[in-house]
Every structure is written in structure tokens, then in C-alpha cells.
Ligand binder design. Sequence first.
Ligand code: ACO
Length: 377
Amino acid sequence: MSTYAKGLEGVVAAETQMSWIDGVNGVLEYVGINIDALAQNSTFEETVYLLWNKKLPTRAELDAFTKELRQHYSISAGIVESIRKIPKTAEPMHVLRTLISELAFYDADPNANDVASARKKAINILGQAPTLVAAYDRIRRGLDPIAPNTEFGFSQNFLYMLNGEKPTDTMARAFDICMITHADHGLNNSTFAARVVISTLSDVYSALTAAVGSLRGPLHGGANEGVMKMLNEIPSIDDVEKYVMDKLATKSKIMGFGHRVYKAKDPRANELQKLAQQLAKDTGNEALFEKSKKIEEIMAREVGAKGIYPNVDFYSATTYHCIGLKLDLFTPMFAMSRLGGWSGHIIEQLSDNRLFRPKAEFVGEHNVPYVAINDRK
Ligand code: ACO
């Protein structure tokens, strides 16, 4: 018996020990630990260790993991040369997708996909990803890339390479919370893409390249850029009501709202809202935050009954803006973090693999005669 579920809604297609979501009550756990506890107490490095090892590290384990990650911060001269040849108009998500694929050229054994090799490739790619994004952004601005600083943590190092100065502790911590909250989220579209590709026993580079491509879409990770564009389109808080009502009247989607799994407010949005509020105050972007809050109020009134609430992308937009990131870097930030989750899923898939091969319901015609080309109308 086959049943068809459009968009695979409700279909359980894999097992994971990484994240658990209660979509009705708006709860998210990584390896059983509530996301709020991780956002408040953990670091991105520790969170990735947790996802990959299914346990919090001891001090010594975290030190060893952090050291290993930092050893992979640098990118090869060949990759820098390649980045210099990319048109300056290229979108950073296209650039990141291409460069992750290109990293395979510099791996002596790119196709090795036993679990130990996959883990090594994953940490190598995760270490380099911020350097790739920062290098492209600087080169497109006519600046030289800045070498990574292995004294710095993942988030601090990224902001340093991007801006050429050490970020304040507040900014680095805010960015790290973004990285923690975006790291994993069940069998979302991009994670599924990664697992589908690796299930053919292809390679880690191909699986992660596919995942970046999936994440870029505006219905998925690309929504954070959509949110910012929307906030920029609304001149002031007085225009919010009309803007939202016009969109709903024409059945247009409000970016950053709705979720296939959550029918309550996404718990990541709670954490990011707190962060956005504080950063907006610190950076004089209160108007942006106030517009966001007003949109949330109107959406709750109009479509809350349908279970449409803010998702992770809604307040991450204001947060990234206040951190000083350019709009087209928002989705690459999501990708940098989610590389941790995607890689963990690739490792889980390889540990107990079975090829993904669903079926399509054929809805076309049968017994259609073959008409010779000269007789076709
Ligand atoms: N604004 C207005 N209405 C919405 C929204 C929204 N953001 N999201 C869903 N709806 C409405 C739909 O119009 C539809 O209404 P109807 O039943 O009257 O026709 C109903 O809710 C169901 O919507 P679907 O699109 O069928 O729900 P689905 O589960 O397929 O989609 C999705 C989920 C893609 C996230 C959707 O809510 C959406 O497009 N949101 C905006 C884009 C976005 O923020 N994406 C990021 C998601 S989080 C992430 O991927 C990281």
C-alpha cells in the first residue's frame, strides 16, 4: 500500500538522535537538551560536538575538538585564487555552494565516506566555511582577505575576518547564539537533501553542496533575507498594518512566518527575539524591532488560529542586521551554522545507510500512440 503525501508532510523518512521537535508546544531539543539552555549557556563548538557525539564534551574533549576545528580555519591558495576569479556580482549563497563543492579538489581522497573519513571532512569543511564567506565578501569589496586567527572561536573569528577588527564580546556572543540556534532541526529540506545525496554513497562534498542549494530557497533558509527586504519595504510602524493586511488579502506569504512542523511560535524565534531586542537597542535599530513586533501582533490576530507564528528566520533578520551583516550574507550565516547539523546527519546516514528511493504517483496518460515527426501537429 502506497500513500501519497504532498511535500512528504507527516512522512517519517529517517531516524536521528540529534534534534527533537514538539511542533504543537514549540519545543526544540538537541540531544535531549532544550534549545534555550544551549542558547544561554553553550558555544557553537560545544553544540556541534554535542550533535556529532550525542553528549556534552568534557573540558578536555571540548579543547581537543576546538583545537582540531581551528586547524582547519585556513583555506588553500588555490581556493583564494579561485575566489578572486568569481564575478563580484555573484550572490554569496551561489559562491558558498560552489566553493564547498570545489574543496573536494583539494582533498586527496574526496570520496572516502566511511564514518571516520566523513567526520574528518565535516570538520575540515566547517572550519573553512567562514573563511570562504569572509574572503569572498572582502574580495568583492575590493579588499584583501584576512587570514583567520586560530586564537579566536568560530564566531569571533568569522566577524574578525569579515570586518578586519576583533568584534566586541557582545557581538561575538550574539553571533554565536545565532550559530547555536540554527545548527540542527530534524529532517528539514536541506538536511533531507544532504541525507538523500549521501544515501547513494556519493561523497560529503556533494551532499553538503546539495544542502546549501536547498537552504537558499525563500521557503527555507532564504526567508531571513526575505524578512529583511520586507522590513525595509515598510516605511514606518504606521504602515505595518496596511502592508500585512494587503499581503494576506492577496494570499501572499509573510516571510519568517509559518512552518511545516511548528504550529506554535518557533522556540528559536523566542531566543532570537530577545537578542534582536537587545541588539536593536544597542545599535539604534529600535524601529526595525518595533516593526517586527507589530507584524507579529497582526499575524497572531489574523492567522494565529491557523498555527502561523514566527519561525527562526523572523527575528534572525533583525539580529544579523544589528550585527552589521549585509543582507545577502544572512543565508550564508544560516548555512555556516547548519553545516554542523547537515554533517551530523550525513554521519548518521552513513552509520546505518539505506538508499532513499521514494516513488512518484503517475498522473499522465497511458497507451499514447507514437506519431512520426512529419505527422505531428
Ligand atoms: N504568511 C501567510 N500565510 C501563510 C504563511 C505565511 N508566512 N505560511 C503559511 N501560510 C498559510 C498558507 O497561505 C496556507 O493557507 P490556506 O490553507 O488558507 O491556503 C496555509 O498557511 C498552509 O501553508 P503552506 O504553504 O501549505 O504550508 P507548508 O507547510 O507547505 O509551508 C512554509 C511551510 C513553506 C514554511 C510556509 O509557512 C511559508 O512559505 N512561510 C514563509 C517562508 C518562510 O518563512 N520560510 C522559512 C521556514 S523556516 C526554515 O525553513 C528555516
